[in-house]
Write a protein that binds this ligand. Structure first.
Ligand SMILES: [Zn+2]
Ligand SMILES: [Zn+2]
Length: 353
């Protein structure tokens, strides 16, 4: 097999050849046809996250080992089964759920692999991922059938799709006409607009610093757009027709967190999703007086992936514009993403796909 791997943090990916693994136990070997290039791959590639005054979160301290094959938005075909693998057959087309936990704890047993407190086995972060010809999946239960969904699009559901689905779930029950504010109109923002519409929401306020991205948000179905400038808070409140009850911050940097928090009304919820970095200070009496909720959301569960795939299959979820590039262009795509030159989502495809 061949992989395009991080050998040194921040340095160009290298093509590495290694023996194709033979699945053991319940493992399943997938021949990769598609792998999305996610914005968080940039952070992984650069080795960590900006924690503001608390310094940096190092991926190596969290258990990342180099060389690492990144890529966690994987679609492919079952190529081989371990002797104990059940429920799948060679040749079937699947999307891979990559947020795999330890497999032994209570959270993993209850289907919350993505909340596993132990050393996770996340594909593309702690285990070899999808910038490769093959990937080993620990168990067939992490494979969801493609069944008629375009593989390049379905691959992106394994990260960006479930991330927005899980974040929207955290807003709780919402009347369909209550405005939901989305900070950030990049790939994740557009995905969130599609997901909200698929779930029946009718008022979506998209906020960004780019007028061009807001145009795309409008085309995707945002009912109001806010160009974040001097007084983003006031503009958001005006767009909502009052203080916001539901905000999802898909950027989650120091600047966006501040205006998103300030826009919240009594009983409002801010869900923080992005990994831009930085920190926020919170005026504590306002938390109490306004009975606010600030909560984080990290990717999603296997159940989220199945739910997103079902929405797509029912034709409710509009497909994100996805462009594909050959797998061996992985490094060039990553560099373009870092330089802000990617619009929409780029998915790497295997030569034969
Ligand atoms: Zn991702
Ligand atoms: Zn676990």
């Amino acid at each position: 097999m061949r992989s395009w791997s991080v050998v040194e943090v921040g340095q160009p990916l290298q093509a590495l050849d290694s023996p194709t693994p033979e699945p053991q136990g319940a493992e399943v070997l997938i021949e990769i046809t598609h792998c999305g290039v996610c914005h968080s791959d940039l952070h992984i590639w650069e080795g960590g996250y900006d924690l503001g005054s608390r310094g940096r979160l190092s991926m190596r301290d969290r258990g990342m080992v180099l060389p690492l094959t990144m890529g966690h938005e994987i679609a492919g075909r079952v190529a081989a089964l371990g002797p104990d693998a059940k429920g799948v057959a060679v040749g079937e087309a699947k999307v891979v759920f990559p947020w795999i936990g330890c497999g032994r704890c209570e959270r993993c047993a209850s289907g919350e692999d993505n909340m596993c407190p132990n050393q996770p086995r996340t594909l593309g972060i702690y285990r070899s991922g999808g910038y490769a010809t093959h990937v080993l999946v620990p168990d067939a239960k992490y494979l969801v059938p493609l069944e008629g969904i375009e593989a390049a699009v379905a691959a992106t559901y394994a990260c960006s799709g479930i991330t927005v689905h899980a974040a929207i779930r955290k807003l709780g029950e919402l009347p369909p006409d209550r405005p939901v504010v989305l900070v950030g109109a990049g790939g994740l923002g557009l995905n969130a607009i599609h997901m909200l519409r698929a779930l029946g929401h009718r008022r979506i306020v998209s906020v960004d610093i780019s007028a061009e991205k807001l145009e795309a948000a409008k085309a995707a179905g945002a009912t109001e757009t806010v160009l974040a400038g001097e007084d983003a808070t006031a503009a958001i409140v005006a767009a909502c027709g009052g203080p916001a009850m539901a905000v999802i911050d898909l950027v989650n940097g120091s600047a966006t967190a501040r205006f998103a928090f300030d826009a919240l009304g009594k009983g409002g919820t801010l869900v923080q999703v992005g990994l831009f970095g930085g920190e926020m200070t919170v005026p504590l009496p306002l938390m109490a007086i306004r009975a606010l909720t600030i909560r984080g959301s990290y990717v999603g569960s296997l159940a989220d992936l199945k739910a997103v795939m079902a929405l797509a299959r029912e034709g409710k979820l509009a497909a994100l514009p996805v462009s594909t590039e050959p797998m061996e262009k992985a490094n060039a795509v990553l560099e373009r993403l870092r330089d802000g030159k990617v619009t929409g989502r780029v998915v790497l495809r295997a030569e034969a796909a």
